[in-house]
Design a protein around this ligand. Structure first.
Ligand SMILES: NC(=O)C1=CN([C@@H]2O[C@H](COP(=O)(O)OP(=O)(O)OC[C@H]3O[C@@H](n4cnc5c(N)ncnc54)[C@H](OP(=O)(O)O)[C@@H]3O)[C@@H](O)[C@H]2O)C=CC1
Ligand SMILES: O=C(O)C1=N[C@H](C(=O)O)C[C@H](O)C1
Length: 248
């Protein structure tokens, strides 16, 4: 069966790459490509099966509200997620129980593996901090990937019975120790010339471990997006993270 796919945010950095990837996929047809000024009714007019949503934290909720309430499955990589937002989309999905939503903090296989490796390492090290580095046009900080990585690390530490890490800092400028995500300090760098990079630094007595991932081109996100489109049609409800579609 050929999937009828739309891209919302089709002119953006990742959206424009997604348009090309969907057009090149033999089992998909690109039936709509929406920008900031498009009408969402284009999605229903085009009888879209799956919408790939790659826009902005200010736009994603309106797009999901429209799609999920009309039975359009969604694969989104847009960032800026909070517990409140997740609870809201859970409510929308409950009203539309046959519809699937994939929220993927990162579509690249290397980044997903990096998160998994960090989750695995978390219990063995006293100290952990994250440095994420992105291009200078990014709206949100810390990145969705870094936030999710910190949450996974914190959950793994708690499950292993590790006490929260101590910070001895008593004198600091605001922001010098990064953002606190579930007890994990996260430092965000924004620099022209970069795309998306992350280092998870673990430390314990006499050793450190660094898990680094670099996205060098937006093409690295495309296999994950296409996999998400193919799988979400058979997976109603919320799927948080591409790892659920990978045999890891
Ligand atoms: N999960 C993942 O693997 C990845 C996720 N991302 C995320 O995807 C999102 C997009 O990133 P990126 O492509 O770099 O951003 P861009 O700014 O390049 O693209 C965003 C697109 O969304 C459109 N848009 C912005 N605001 C609105 C709005 N209020 N209503 C409707 N459309 C809007 C823009 O339209 P216009 O062109 O008219 O301004 C633009 O085409 C970000 O949240 C980013 O973090 C990015 C890369 C990988
Ligand atoms: O804005 C980006 O570019 C990216 N956003 C995602 C994030 O916030 O983690 C994924 C990747 O880092 C690229």
């Amino acid at each position: 069966m050929t999937l009828r796919v739309a891209v919302i945010g089709a002119k953006g950095r990742i959206g424009s790459e997604a348009v090309k990837a969907v057009e090149a996929a033999p089992d998909m047809e690109l039936v709509a490509a929406l920008g900031r000024d498009s009408e969402l009714s284009e999605l229903t007019d085009a009888r879209v099966d799956v919408a790939v949503e790659l826009t902005h934290p200010d736009a994603v909720m309106g797009n999901l509200d429209f799609c999920l309430h009309r039975g359009i499955h969604v694969v989104t990589g847009t960032t800026g997620w909070t517990e409140e937002r997740l609870a809201t989309v859970d409510g929308w999905l409950a009203e539309s129980p046959a519809t699937g939503l994939l929220i993927a903090p990162n579509f690249s296989i290397g980044a997903v593996l990096g998160m998994q490796f960090a989750q695995k390492a978390a219990r063995y090290f006293e100290s952990v901090e994250i440095v994420e580095l992105h291009h200078d046009r990014k709206a949100d900080a810390p990145s969705g990937t870094a936030t999710r990585t910190a949450q996974l690390i914190a959950a793994a530490r708690e499950a292993a019975g590790r006490a929260p890490q101590q910070d001895p800092t008593t004198h600091a400028l605001d922001g010098a120790r990064g953002a606190d995500v579930d007890g994990v300090p996260v430092h965000a760098v924004r620099l022209r010339g970069l795309l998306a990079h992350q280092e998870v630094l673990f430390g314990d007595t006499g050793e450190t471990l660094t898990i680094r991932h670099d996205s060098l081109h937006h093409s690295c996100f495309m296999p994950g997006i296409l996999l998400g489109v193919r799988r979400i049609v058979d997976r109603p409800g919320l799927t948080l993270g591409l790892e659920h579609f990978l045999d890891l």
